[in-house]
Design a protein around this ligand. Sequence first.
Ligand code: AMP
Length: 522
Amino acid sequence: MTSSFKLSDLEEVTTNAEKIQNDLLKEILTLNAKTEYLRQFLHGSSDKTFFKKHVPVVSYEDMKPYIERVADGEPSEIISGGPITKFLRISGTSGGEQKIFPVNDDFAKKMGYILALRSLVMSKHSKDTSAEDGKSMEFHCIKPESTTRTRDQVVKVRASFAYTLVRAINFLEKYWKELCSNIRSGHVSDWITDLNCRNSVSVILGRPFPELADLIEKICSHKSWEGIITRLWPKSRSLEAIFTGQMAQYIPILEFYSNKLPQVSTVYGCSESTFGFNVDPLSKPQDVSYTFLPNISYFEFLPIDHERDIASIVDLVNVKQGCYYEPVVTNSFGLTRYLIGDILQVVGFYNSTPQFRFVRRKNIVLSVETEMTTEEDILRALARASLVLESSSDVMLMGFTCYADVSTFPGHYVFYWELKARAIKDVEPDKKVLVECCSVLEESFDALYRRLRSKGGVIGALEIRVVQKGTFDSLMEYFTSQGGSTAQYKTPICINSSEALAVLESKVLSRFYSERSPPLDS
Ligand code: AMP
């Protein structure tokens, strides 16, 4: 891979997907077949048929002892023929457990390649969403956080996950007065003690900017923050982040903050591998698909109802339109036939390469009895309930999570909701509206839920617990204090950690229950 990419590269790799995948597998096996891990299955062979027949699909638990030995100082050759130069730590908020993943410099190179191709595609699709004639302002959650200047030229506001954009705006909402005072005086507040952060901000600030401070103050003191992004950065023409899957819950609040600027979903990937990107950047969040790039990792696909059955696995180019799969990744840094834990649906092909819709994480389900309410069900129900909330009151949903409370009989679903008033002034949640939202959530769940919940059933009335402002920031602080990365943090859709539940419980302001059983047919 070279550093000067062209759009034709995308055509070439997606057209020759099968050959590229086979060559890549050969390369990985030639490098890794003699590792301690693969030797037990391959006996040194780098043959694809042998690989397909003998190497099992694995999850993190299976690989953990090998990975930890390398992390503890044993040689990389336990899992990888090449050097392992780094470990990525992930918070486990998407899947529940903390994990570390081995990588080397190739990882960053491949990431750079995907990002470069994605930028080319963005430029091709719309001049409006390309940053060629302006600047792209990016929010990265790091410890500590920082932002950039150049207000006037921002045409694009960007972050990895939609949640980071929401957090950045919330941060500004909390600190804009102090920010203005810093800009006015040309002096960074003393409580910001991180030297690197102070130095880089001081380079930009340099001297007092009273006119700029006045301008920001005028915009931020407006009684509503509706359209704040377009008022602060009037040339901004798009928001760029991941808006699919779990991030879909932030679409309404970001529409509110940005006066409905186009929301461009970018890439699909995880710590184990990047997979691909959205080649149609202007598509609506619900229509977004991700085109896999065959030269990143070797990708296989397990049909969803074939738990760990290696005979049913198919190659990238052999997936079927409309079918649901879990991706399985083999990379050169020591993960072989590793189950990612996401469910994807094939929605089309770009040349010979499939395009996938992100459906949900695999194991995220709420269950009180025999029903299995998936992440997708929860997000769909939530979208309906938040429409009711927004059309019948002056508040919007800022964040949510849920759990199945089975500590009492009958068990019931509990949703924690953080609300935000459209105007600056806080308003009390309206009981009638919140009770209605409880019922709308229940009515959106599947027939089995509704039957179990119906009169005399074994599921109790769904409950919404409204929590204080800032609760989801506290939750994030709790999870990242456990060692996770702030940049990759995603509020878990369902919570099962008792410590995390305790954080939420300490912030509950009021409780509302559904007052009617959902109808059996919908
Ligand atoms: P992490 O390894 O912590 O970065 O989390 C990776 C997980 O985030 C993936 O396995 C997905 O569940 C989720 N994810 C990443 N990209 C997307 C996307 N474009 N759409 C929906 N979910 C995503």
